[in-house]
Design a protein around this ligand. Structure first.
Ligand SMILES: Nc1nc2c(ncn2[C@@H]2O[C@H](COP(=O)(O)OP(=O)(O)OP(=O)(O)O)[C@@H](O)[C@H]2O)c(=O)[nH]1
Ligand SMILES: [Mg+2]
Length: 411
């Protein structure tokens, strides 16, 4: 009975022994025959990123018709091939790690791969001595010639594309930069090489015609009616002329300041405290415009002697005082006398021959004024000029700005 039991157990053991051994072999072999590899790439945002390389067993291909380059094995170059090329023979040939042996059935793709390596002088083909070579690739063949030409053309094409790209990138960079800079450069050039400015200060007795002159200088298209409608100024104002005056290459933009004749303190503040390139002193033979409400010229126009004398007084105070005062460090470069309202004496402009007498009358009326102003200018060593004209008729208005512009920026 006991013997039977032992025998039964032995029989069962023998029956399952092969399964047990098979299981043990399988488990151990699977542990060693599958060296899958995990590469941890990064750990980020609570995640671990990895690449898994699955081992799929060892395979082999026949390379009996290839010479393998010694260095390829030595330097473990082959390990760096990874899986760029699925056909390993092509991979070896293309990377100059193998050489085709002479044989009858050479694969065209393999020949091409080898030709590529020869052409590029990769691997074993680097400084290769072809003199003793008798293998397939030293013999002449149209296919090889074609391949060589193809690679040469391919190289040339690549070179061409490279240069084209470089040229395109350079040109577009220059283009973009130019677009960005053009505006800035134009502005810069205009501001520093073309545009010029100067400041003028207009002064004179109340109602002498300062604002009428200033508005005319700023806007040559201003109408007679607009000028006749002017009421006395109530505050200092300085404005830049929008249209430039062209002198050579310069575009000149004057800025012209006007002040009420009654603002004595303000006039002195400007004489002493502000830099102007030019002063214009406006004189006039009478306080009024000489026109009625309907803008008709009055017949009996009489010069206002008292008004003319008052003007002499303030001219001496402002011009002789202002130009010779030791406290005034901001003297102008030019002094202009503008004798306004000539239209009340003459039907024609002052330089016209038939206006000779009227001009003479004005020159006599303001002789002392002119002499004193000229004397002050000479003392201050600055330019001086007298203009007889009319704001209403636009006589000798442009000439004032042209004269100053030429003196400051002319050649
Ligand atoms: N006939 C004539 N009248 C002029 C001329 N210029 C100005 N007037 C007139 O003279 C008056 C005074 O001119 P304004 O230019 O206002 O004088 P202003 O010197 O600015 O005077 P305030 O600002 O008060 O100091 C106005 O009625 C103008 O129409 C001119 O050339 N001819
Ligand atoms: Mg005014």
């Amino acid at each position: 009975m006991n013997e039977n039991l032992y025998y039964t157990i032995f029989r069962i053991y023998r029956k399952y022994l092969s399964i047990i051994i098979f299981t043990i072999i399988l488990s151990t072999s699977s542990a060693y025959s599958r060296p899958n590899k995990i590469f941890i790439n990064k750990i980020k945002n609570n995640n671990i990123y990895y690449s898994l390389y699955v081992y799929s067993g060892e395979n082999s291909i026949d390379i009996s018709d290839l010479y393998i380059w010694d260095e390829a094995e030595k330097d473990e170059i082959l390990q760096y091939f990874y899986n760029q090329e699925k056909n390993l023979r092509i991979l070896l040939l293309k990377n100059g790690c193998a050489k085709l042996k002479n044989s009858n059935n050479i694969n065209n793709a393999e020949l091409k791969a080898q030709e590529y390596a020869i052409y590029k002088k990769i691997g074993l083909w680097n400084n290769y001595d072809f003199s003793n070579e008798e293998s397939i690739f030293t013999n002449f063949s149209f296919t090889k010639l074609f391949i060589r030409i193809k690679y040469k053309l391919f190289d040339l094409w690549n070179l061409f594309i490279q240069y084209c790209l470089k040229i395109i990138v350079t040109l577009s960079t220059i283009g973009v930069l130019w677009l960005f800079c053009e505006k800035f450069l134009k502005k810069f050039y205009k501001k520093f090489f073309i545009e010029r400015r100067f400041k003028l200060f207009i002064m004179g007795e109340v109602s002498s015609g300062k604002t009428a002159l200033r508005n005319n200088l700023l806007n040559p298209n201003i109408t007679k009616n607009e000028l006749l409608d002017l009421s006395p100024s109530n505050k200092f104002s300085s404005k830049k002329r929008q249209r430039h005056i062209q002198i050579g290459r310069f575009e000149i933009f004057p800025e012209i300041a006007d002040i009420p004749g009654s603002d004595f303190g303000g006039i002195w503040d400007n004489i002493i405290g502000t830099s102007y390139q030019g002063w214009i002193f406006v004189l006039s033979p009478l306080r009024k415009s000489g026109f009625d409400e309907n803008r008709n010229k009055l017949d009996d126009i009489e010069f206002d002697k008292k008004y003319i004398n008052i003007q002499l007084g303030i001219l001496n105070a402002y011009l002789r005082g202002g130009l010779t005062s030791k406290h005034n460090r901001r003297k102008p470069k030019i002094l202009i006398l503008f004798i306004s309202k000539f239209d009340l004496l003459s039907e024609v402009k002052p330089d016209d021959s038939s206006a000779k007498d009227a001009t003479k009358i004005i020159q006599n009326l303001f002789k002392e004024h002119i002499d004193n102003a000229r004397f002050a200018a000479r003392q201050a060593n600055i330019e001086f000029e007298v203009f007889i004209g009319s704001s209403i008729e636009k006589w000798n208005i442009d000439q004032i700005l042209n004269f100053i512009s030429n003196k400051l920026y002319g050649f």
